[in-house]
Design a protein around this ligand. Structure first.
Ligand SMILES: [Zn+2]
Length: 298
């Protein structure tokens, strides 16, 4: 007997429009729909909800991959539409959402034209790292990948179809957010994913189209390595302003990134995302002892 293939697990995707296009997915479980992530705003969530309603099936659970604003802003709207559906998040994600230590929610609310909710809708079912969930007749495995793209991150894995809901651990041809200044941590977590059995699955990323995980891991690792390599000379002691990045250096880094990745949309609604990425990764590289870096980050 062979296991089901990815094609046997029906997964639908809603991608909000650019700038800052973000995905929500719903998978058709035997006993209803499982929604993964909730988009940035109630307006986007409302459009996705109309598509969900077209299925004639109720959402019976909501899973959060991580708690960046663009993945939790629509949670309230979905929660009101399906109040019986628990909102799942890992302990680390739930804590990160309560703390918002980087002030990302306030930042998102302050952006022009933002309709990010004033009041957040928090997870109602909090699970420990590595928990296997049984939801709506499906087994969903979870794995934590902390300290990378986001401080806390969960990959949800449906083992029979080998479907991976990876949040922003992987993107598909998009300009990532590096504003947490943890590009080396992210590379290390990608290496962990690459060398795990999960790498043989199909990945459903937070931004961009679904694709085989292995290809997306290579793509994401290459982007991060290349970006670090572009930033590194600008923070060198012997560069024009030493470890401080000058405006000219920043423009050079951004131009080179755009040449290597033309037309790759920003994952965030923050128009200055690339400038912020340079700033964060420059600070990260300047503050780490190169001798202590894992091989993947050198
Ligand atoms: Zn995102």
């Amino acid at each position: 007997m062979t296991g089901r293939t990815a094609a046997d697990l029906r997964v639908q995707r809603f991608a909000s429009p650019n700038p800052g296009s973000v995905n929500a997915y719903w998978l058709h479980a035997p006993q209803g729909l499982i929604l993964i992530d909730t988009l940035r705003s109630p307006a986007d969530a409302r459009k996705a909800l109309a598509r969900v309603r077209d299925t004639g099936q109720p959402v019976v659970a909501i899973l959060l991959t991580h708690v960046h604003p663009d993945h939790v802003g629509g949670a309230g709207l979905f929660h009101r539409a399906f109040p019986q559906a628990p909102i799942y998040a890992s302990e680390a994600s739930a804590k990160a959402m309560r703390q918002d230590s980087r002030g990302l929610y306030a930042l998102t609310r302050s952006l022009p034209g933002s309709d990010f909710p004033k009041k957040l809708t928090y997870p109602t079912k909090i699970f420990r790292a590595g928990t296997t969930l049984r939801i709506a007749g499906l087994t969903i495995r979870t794995a934590e990948f902390p300290g990378g793209e986001s401080d806390a991150a969960t990959v949800y894995h449906e083992p029979r179809s080998r479907s991976l809901f990876v949040g922003d651990l992987l993107g598909n041809r998009v300009t990532p957010a590096l504003i947490e200044g943890n590009s080396c941590g992210w590379l290390s977590q990608l290496e962990r994913l690459r060398t795990s059995s999960l790498a043989t699955g199909r990945a459903y990323p937070g931004h961009g189209a679904p694709a085989p995980a292995r290809g997306l891991i290579t793509w994401q690792q290459t982007y991060l390595k290349r970006f670090r390599k572009l930033v590194k000379p600008a923070v060198a002691e012997n560069s024009p302003a030493g470890p401080r990045v000058t405006g000219a250096e920043r423009r050079t880094i951004i131009a080179a990134t755009k040449r290597a990745y033309p037309g790759h949309p920003l994952v965030a609604s923050l128009p200055t995302l690339m400038e912020e990425n340079v700033k964060a990764v420059a600070a990260e590289i300047a503050s780490t002892d190169p001798a202590k870096l894992p091989r993947i980050c050198r």
